[in-house]
Write a new protein. Structure first.
Length: 210
């Protein structure tokens, strides 16, 4: 083998090794990004997810809904000094509660509803979620907790119960709408004006696209 052939062979070997190092580096970066993404996804879907636009009260005892179907327990709420109050203990005892808000007007809140249904439940991550109790497209007002999902009993659409992300069904874009709340002593508190001024998203979205 002459000098030119030797240099050519050496160059080829170095090029092959450089390409291997480059591929290994790219694979390493890709793997790191993938693991990071998966870690974030797992944390968000099953861990301590917090919603900046809602309330973030966490119960100490995180329920396990595996293999269970939890129905709604109907309770009464109270209105005092412009605040709607729901006993926190009743959510802790029943896991999923249902109540109804009505102001002093003859307003129709949605469809033929003269009241605004409200649900509150403990998510699979332990977070207290307070929301309107309406599946807007199908007018459903009855829900259950099944495994790690909130399920409409009219259309059977399913949402992840930690953040109401749609999983399956015809109404996944319109889960019960989370409400901002605070905890004051033994009560969940929602400003009355938030409920009085609530408007369904479904019709607003439909009008904006026409």
């Amino acid at each position: 083998m002459n000098n030119n052939e030797l240099r050519r062979a050496q160059f080829t070997q170095e090029y092959i090794e450089a390409q291997k190092r480059k591929r290994n580096k790219v694979l390493g970066i890709t793997l790191t990004i993938t693991l990071l993404f998966v870690g974030i996804l797992i944390w968000k879907t099953s861990g301590r997810y917090e919603d900046p636009n809602s309330g973030n009260y966490f119960f100490d005892n995180i329920p396990d809904y595996s293999g269970q179907e939890i129905g709604m327990t109907k309770i009464d709420l109270t209105v005092e000094d412009g605040m709607v109050k729901i006993p926190l203990s009743l959510v802790g005892e029943n896991k999923l509660i249902y109540s109804e808000y009505k102001d002093n007007t003859e307003r129709i809140y949605y469809g033929n509803l003269k009241v605004l249904p409200i649900i509150a439940y403990i998510s699979s991550a332990g977070r207290l979620i307070v929301a309107t109790g309406i599946c807007e497209p199908c007018y459903g007002t009855e829900f259950t907790l099944e495994n790690k999902e909130l399920v409409c009993q009219i259309c059977f659409t399913r949402w992840r119960n930690t953040d109401l992300f749609g999983l399956s069904g015809g109404c996944i874009k319109y889960p019960p709408e989370e409400l901002n709340y605070t905890i004051e002593g033994e009560y969940i508190v929602v400003p009355q004006e938030v409920l009085s001024q609530w408007k369904p998203r479904f019709f607003q979205d439909e009008m904006s696209t026409t």
